[in-house]
Design a protein around this ligand. Structure first.
Ligand code: ATP
Ligand code: FE
Length: 332
């Protein structure tokens, strides 16, 4: 089947085409308008989605060399995400499908982040554990089958990506800060400063204490030396990133031991982080894990992952009604 997929849950408008389980195109239109505000402005995001969606779909079809008349079904992100943003993608999918008299397929964005691992040739085998780390979520997911997933651990407060973005804000770096922290961290010493590791039971996470300790650390040092941040930006970023990575990987190790699972995957925007990718590979080598890390373009929000999830639902004949509405919150 030819699946056209739409992703519009946050601030990226993305369209992809997947033919018989092979993703042939993955077009992502980033929104730069939010930089000026230091974070995503929902009202602006939905307006820009409206402008971007038709060109994104046209490009995705063109790059895949597929005509719009060949599309067999339209997959779309139903949630979770920003309601106004989701509404644009959901409405587009419904209208396209209605015009072409083809079915629609709803996809859960967080399941799709996990299913991004089924895009390439190197696929994990069930059951596997997936650490999904993104702007809004931090989850350890026990993946038993394509759509049989259980969240066994999650953050009690901030997400890992949020911790990255809030730290960068404290440091005066522009939004989104994750990639900039990554860039500076490569040039710094992760042992330069020690930030606390929270003691949270089970496989859950907490990042709000870390954020507060970074805030106080910076405030106290800047009081003594105005240029503290500028002089030490690489070491600060390396130390913060190092702590976030160790919090994530220590919990993942604990879960891997508990469930006796050696196929370990990484997903979500923060899996683009160099330190986390290297850290997982090191741990994998040490404990004999088979590690799976998605290609960069399938880490952050993208329609390719919606397409592959849609393909597997298509095979099961799971279609949505035209009356389907987006969901800001959407459990598995
Ligand atoms: P969710 O999937 O939970 O709804 P989202 O879709 O907004 O959230 P993603 O696009 O998956 O999130 O990820 C965005 C996050 O990833 C941001 O917090 C960003 O700072 C972070 N991020 C992206 N690249 C890197 C990197 N190289 N290092 C660290 N963090 C990064
Ligand atoms: Fe996401």
């Amino acid at each position: 089947p030819v699946i056209l997929a739409i992703e519009s849950s946050c601030d990226d408008t993305s369209a992809a085409v997947c033919v018989d389980g092979v993703v042939l195109s993955n077009v992502i239109a980033n929104q730069t308008i939010h930089e000026a505000y230091g974070g995503v402005v929902p009202e602006l995001a939905s307006r820009v989605h409206q402008q971007n969606i038709v060109p994104a779909v046209q490009q995705a079809l063109q790059r895949a060399k597929v005509s719009k008349n060949d599309v067999d079904a339209v997959a779309f992100t139903r949630g979770p995400g920003l309601l106004g943003s989701l509404l644009v993608g959901v409405s587009f999918a419904k209208a396209f499908a209605l015009a072409k008299n083809i079915p629609i397929i709803e996809v859960n964005h967080m399941q799709a982040h996990v299913l991004a691992h089924f895009i390439g040739d190197n696929k994990p085998s069930f059951p596997f554990l997936c650490l999904t780390v993104s702007g809004g979520h931090t989850q350890i997911v026990l993946v038993k089958d394509y759509f049989d997933m259980e969240v066994v651990g999650q953050t009690l407060d901030d997400a890992a990506g949020e911790a990255m973005d809030k730290t960068s804000k404290i440091l005066g770096l522009p939004y989104p800060g994750g990639p900039l922290i990554d860039k500076h961290a490569r040039l710094g010493n992760p042992e330069a400063y020690k930030f606390p590791e929270p003691q949270i039971p089970g496989f859950d996470f907490s990042f709000s204490g870390l954020k507060t300790s970074i805030l106080y650390f910076i405030r106290d040092n800047v009081a003594q030396n105005q240029d503290f941040i500028a002089e030490n930006i690489n070491d600060i970023c390396a130390s913060v990133e190092g702590r976030i990575v160790s919090i994530l990987l220590n919990k993942l190790k604990k879960a891997a031991d508990h469930y006796g699972i050696k196929d370990i995957a990484l997903a979500g925007g923060v899996s683009a982080n160099t330190g986390l990718r290297l850290g997982l590979k090191e741990m994998g080598a040490k404990y004999g894990w088979n590690c799976f890390i998605p290609e960069m373009q399938y880490c952050t929000d993208n329609a390719g992952m919606i397409a592959i999830a849609g393909y597997h639902k298509y095979l099961k004949g799971e279609f949505a009604e035209q009356s389907v509405a987006p969901l800001a919150r959407m459990p598995f």
